[in-house]
Design a binder for this molecule. Structure first.
Ligand SMILES: Cc1ncc(COP(=O)(O)O)c(C=O)c1O
Length: 346
């Protein structure tokens, strides 16, 4: 058992605000965002809208709430949403699509479970219109894909999906909780990967290291409706500039370093690839899935043993652990963690 701080690779949400970020938060100019606006929140929304190439954006307390608002905005109750079967929107948002938007999901299995849809899969999932089948109103895509191990839809893949959706008259919602990572990996701007989507969710509480927050980008004429939905969900925040200031700070200081997390993920997987007892994924971004190879090994037991040894990872399946690189772990931490895993799961 180690006495030093554990190396926490459970998620990129575990980062703590840095002293500089805390100062920016403390000094933020604020107002009442529900009553008549908060200037710092508005500044963040405008900055994010510009980065996403959307006309406008709204600040939300969480990615889940912004995702749900996005689906609500582009669907109608009693219709269907096409979405990959391993989407965060299906598995980790408390059935919000059904409960809040009144929409039926039509999950599309991807061949390797990696969650990356293709235009062909979307077209195959569409049924001929008939008085017996529900209308499909939208397609949801996730980039990068969390359960898929941080895999990336590049610009050509996104274009193909948008075209397939448009040909069928569908709106498109993009769950871009880690769109910053996708853009860094694909070497394009976030706006390029958001091009053509009607609603775009991005998080500031993951790769960017903020304590709280996500934004939803959309067309200007959707702002009033988006605001109404957020209020209904209990997401109207008052002096939210305190939180938005962290986002503005992060865009200035933490956006350009994301590729370091991707390089750390590669290094982590490289060290683990020597072991017969674990098989790491080949990471495209900051997430590495680690599959246990030994008969009888379970992710729950492995994760408990690793926590004792000073490395925290999440169980992501019966024999799968997830490690996520972020700005609070250095190259040295990542190498140390990989060697602890090799020694502990021998
Ligand atoms: C792909 C994806 N979408 C949405 C979310 C939801 O974000 P939040 O935890 O801020 O609700 C997450 C969170 O990990 C995620 O990985």
């Amino acid at each position: 058992m180690t006495t030093s701080q554990p190396i926490d690779l459970r998620s990129d949400t575990v980062t703590k605000p840095s002293p500089g970020m805390r100062r920016a938060m403390a000094e933020a100019e604020v107002g009442d965002d529900v009553l008549d606006g908060d200037p710092t929140t508005r500044k963040l929304e405008e900055r994010i809208a510009a980065l996403l190439g959307t006309e406008d954006a709204l600040f939300f307390p969480s990615g889940s709430q912004a995702n749900q608002a996005g689906i609500w905005l582009v669907t109608e109750p009693g219709t269907e949403l096409l979405i990959d079967a391993n989407a965060h929107l299906i598995h980790y948002e408390m059935a919000g699509i059904a409960a809040l938007s009144g929409v039926q999901i039509r999950p599309i299995a991807t061949p390797d479970g990696g969650g990356l849809l293709t235009p062909e899969l979307v077209r195959e999932a569409l049924r001929a219109s008939s008085p017996h089948v529900p209308r499909v109103t939208a397609l949801a895509i996730e980039n990068t894909h969390n359960l898929g191990g941080g895999r990336v839809l590049d610009a050509a893949a996104v274009d193909g999906l948008i075209r397939a959706a448009r040909d069928a008259g569908l709106a498109v919602h993009l769950d871009g909780a880690r769109l910053w990572n996708a853009a860094a990996a694909a070497r394009v701007t976030p706006a390029r990967l958001a091009q053509g989507a009607d609603t775009v969710m991005v998080s500031i509480s993951k790769a960017l290291g903020c304590p709280v927050g996500s934004c939803l980008g959309f067309r200007k004429d959707r702002r009033a409706r988006a605001w109404e939905i957020r209020k209904r969900l209990g997401g109207g925040m008052r002096q939210s500039g305190i939180l938005a200031a962290a986002g503005l700070y992060a865009l200035d200081h933490n956006l350009d370093r994301i590729a370091e997390d991707h390089a750390n993920a590669k290094r982590f997987a490289e060290i683990l690839s020597d072991s017969p007892t674990v098989r790491p994924s080949d990471p495209q971004t900051n997430i590495v899935m680690v599959d246990l190879q030994r008969d009888g090994a379970t992710a729950e037991a492995a994760s408990a043993r690793l926590a004792q040894a000073g490395v925290r990872m999440s169980a992501y399946g019966p024999k799968r652990l997830r490690a996520v690189m972020h700005l609070d772990v250095s190259r040295g931490d990542v190498e140390r963690a990989a060697h602890i895993i090799l020694a502990t799961l021998r």
